[in-house]
Design a protein around this ligand. Structure first.
Ligand SMILES: Cc1ncc(COP(=O)(O)O)c(C=O)c1O
Length: 384
């Protein structure tokens, strides 16, 4: 049977492929140090787990409102008001089972075939796939290690065409840990406004940055869609809870898409989200302090075994380490590392051509496991 043409454009998610092979090795009894997945090793906060159990006991397991339950949308609106000083109405928020479905709907909502979305290269691996699935065209802006992987408005301006519908930003960024300054974010917002386009801001790594307040795009422009969720900040990856904040004029159309395709997000999980925002709001900062300590150990350890870390990440929980001394084929190398010394890392190639020859290390494992992984990897590299 013939597949739709757009399916040829979709690339495998290499982080998942490595993780699934790692899981297979573990099932066979091998101890694998997992530095591959972008998944905190913490449990979700206790109040969140209790809220889920209570919601289930109370029978909150039916179809819910297609925008998401009002208490959760109000809690998200209050969170954006308290954290960023921006006014967001509950009607502008669509709750989804993770940030990923919100992305799927958003690009389908924004793009006609051939419309362009500007994004940095390296990028979060799935962005181009979402854009292509909506028959849009990802337009890449090079960012390089020498320049601290900075996403520069001048470089974005040079890539804008009349087909541009959106400029994608992700600060703090996966996989580089780059953080956009407020000035640069404002310049990007002005570029989008001048172009009649919008900014799509993926704010999923907000709240974890040590010693810094993250900036939301909504502080700088209304022509923006915010993507966010509970996976990273509240260690709730498997719970599948995210949201999109849309300009008022767009919320209804997104709700229509969501109602058709997903009906509603699990209600009991949404009550857990209310508890996260209302009762565990300090947890992301605590996680962030733990991550900062692990980051320092990871960066020092990677350098000590001969991998390059030209610029230290400032946010999220990844280090994109330069392995070009060892390989030009990061995918093959990541699988060799996994089979050879049982350390799971993500090949840079997953994140675009500028990350080829790099490996992404997640510092979401404990300090002991990070040290063990680096010890194994150091011995493996020394033997090559
Ligand atoms: C930048 C970025 N956006 C979105 C996601 C997807 O998150 P969710 O679990 O909410 O679907 C990830 C997951 O790794 C990510 O790194």
């Amino acid at each position: 049977m013939r597949l739709a043409g757009r399916m040829r454009e979709i690339e495998p998610f290499l982080a998942v492929e490595v993780a699934e092979r790692a899981a297979e090795l573990e099932r066979q009894g091998t101890d694998v140090v997992n530095l591959g997945y972008g998944e905190p090793d913490f449990e979700a906060p206790p109040v969140v787990r209790e809220a889920l159990e209570k919601a289930l006991k109370d029978g909150r397991a039916r179809y819910a409102h297609s925008l998401g339950i009002l208490p959760l949308r109000e809690a998200i609106a209050d969170h954006y008001r308290a954290t960023y000083g921006v006014a967001v109405a509950a009607e502008q928020i669509l709750v989804t089972p993770g940030t990923s479905p919100a992305m799927l709907l958003l690009f389908g909502h924004l793009l006609d075939p051939g419309d362009e979305v500007v994004l940095s290269n390296p990028y979060y691996a799935c962005y181009p796939n979402f854009i292509r699935y909506a028959e849009g065209v990802p337009v890449e802006v090079d960012t390089t290690e020498d320049d601290g992987f900075q996403y520069r408005p001048e470089a974005i301006a040079a890539r804008l065409t009349p087909r541009c519908r959106a400029i994608m930003i992700n600060s703090p960024a996966n996989p580089t840990g780059m953080v956009l300054s407020a000035d640069r974010m404002a310049a990007i917002a002005r570029l989008a406004e001048a172009q009649g386009a919008c900014v799509v801001s993926d704010e999923i790594y907000h709240g974890l940055t040590e010693g810094e307040r993250d900036r939301s795009i909504l502080e700088l422009t209304d022509r923006a869609f915010v993507l966010n969720g509970f996976s990273k900040a509240f260690a709730m990856t498997g719970w599948r809870l995210g949201y999109v904040i849309a300009p008022r004029a767009h919320a209804r159309a997104l709700q229509t898409l969501f109602g058709n395709f997903f009906i509603s997000t699990n209600e009991f999980v949404q009550w857990a989200g209310v508890a996260a925002l209302r009762e565990a709001a300090d947890e992301p900062a605590r996680f962030g302090r733990v991550f900062a300590e692990r980051r320092r150990a990871m960066v020092a350890g990677l350098r000590a075994i001969g991998l390059g870390v030209g610029c230290e990440p400032r946010g999220a929980f990844y280090v994109l380490a330069n392995a070009r001394r060892f390989t030009q084929d990061s995918t093959r190398f990541a699988f060799e590392i996994l089979e050879g010394c049982h350390v799971a890392v993500t090949p840079g190639a997953a994140f675009g051509s500028n990350a080829e020859g790099y490996l992404r290390f997640s510092y979401t494992a404990s300090l002991e496991r990070i040290e063990e992984g680096l010890r194994r990897l150091g011995a493996f590299l020394a033997g090559r």
